[in-house]
Design a binder for this molecule. Structure first.
Ligand code: ZN
Ligand code: ZN
Length: 253
């Protein structure tokens, strides 16, 4: 690890320590708010922990991580369009409980959630035997970043950096304001994202296995677009890790 990255890691650690001071995440369950009887790295009570919609319980597409009930190892969409990323995995199905916590994390300034949520994601990283050289995250445009004050994917990446002991790099910039993807179908999402991202340092990517972190995997259009750029810039393989997967949305068109 370079000196610069070591400093970055130390600075992340300090930032997280400061967050810990202001947000006592180890006292209450992050999902239901009840007092924690047993402190744990997920900051989750036993009741909520048992009921979370873990995707590891389901059979998923080898490439994109979408739950499938076929005997075939890949989903119909990946069969027709092989993704640029090697594998995408998520910890949870995006059900109401997960949607609620993602919204709190994303829009309600509850930045302290990054650490316990990243713990769930780290489990998925190890379970799938990902072996990456460093972490990148889905960027926001400067305008959006300034409006929201933070990038939730960056916070997840920073927490993962500590848990996995991997550096986070700032190498992908979002240079075009895109429409909110929520109401767009797959084709519209693709067009919407064209030329939206830019790689800053190609050299840094050469022959590297990269962990690309995002909060939610919907159609995968965003991570697909970034993965294509990274591969074209010399990266070896892209592993996508998200907190949740909205797989029911995937086939909307
Ligand atoms: Zn709970
Ligand atoms: Zn698939």
């Amino acid at each position: 690890m370079s000196l610069k990255n070591s400093f970055k890691n130390i600075s992340n650690k300090i930032n997280n320590k400061i967050l810990d001071l202001f947000y006592p995440t180890d006292i209450k369950c992050i999902f239901c708010g009840n007092e924690l009887l047993i402190k744990n790295r997920y900051c989750t009570c036993g009741k909520c922990f048992a009921k979370l919609p873990y995707l590891e319980k389901l059979q998923v597409c080898e490439f994109c991580g979408t739950p499938i009930d076929d005997i075939a190892p890949i989903c119909g969409f990946c069969f027709e369009n092989k993704p640029a990323f090697l594998k995408a995995r998520a910890s949870f199905e995006y059900n109401e409980k997960i949607k609620y916590i993602v919204n709190r994390f994303k829009y309600n300034d509850e930045k302290f959630l990054a650490k316990p949520l990243a713990e769930f994601m780290a489990d998925e990283y190890f379970r799938n035997n990902f072996e990456c050289d460093f972490i990148l995250y889905t960027p926001l445009t400067l305008e959006k970043f300034q409006k929201r004050g933070y990038n939730q994917s960056e916070l997840l990446a920073n927490s993962l950096s500590q848990i996995l002991d991997l550096p986070v790099k700032q190498n992908v910039h979002k240079i075009k304001n895109t429409l909110t993807q929520t109401n767009l179908n797959r084709e519209e999402r693709k067009i919407n994202l064209e030329k939206a991202f830019k790689i800053l340092k190609k050299k840094e990517l050469r022959d590297k296995n990269i962990l690309l972190v995002d909060d939610v995997f919907t159609t995968g259009a965003t991570v697909q677009e970034i993965s294509k750029l990274l591969l074209n810039s010399g990266a070896k393989a892209i592993y996508v890790l998200t907190l949740a997967h909205t797989y029911f949305y995937k086939y909307k068109d």
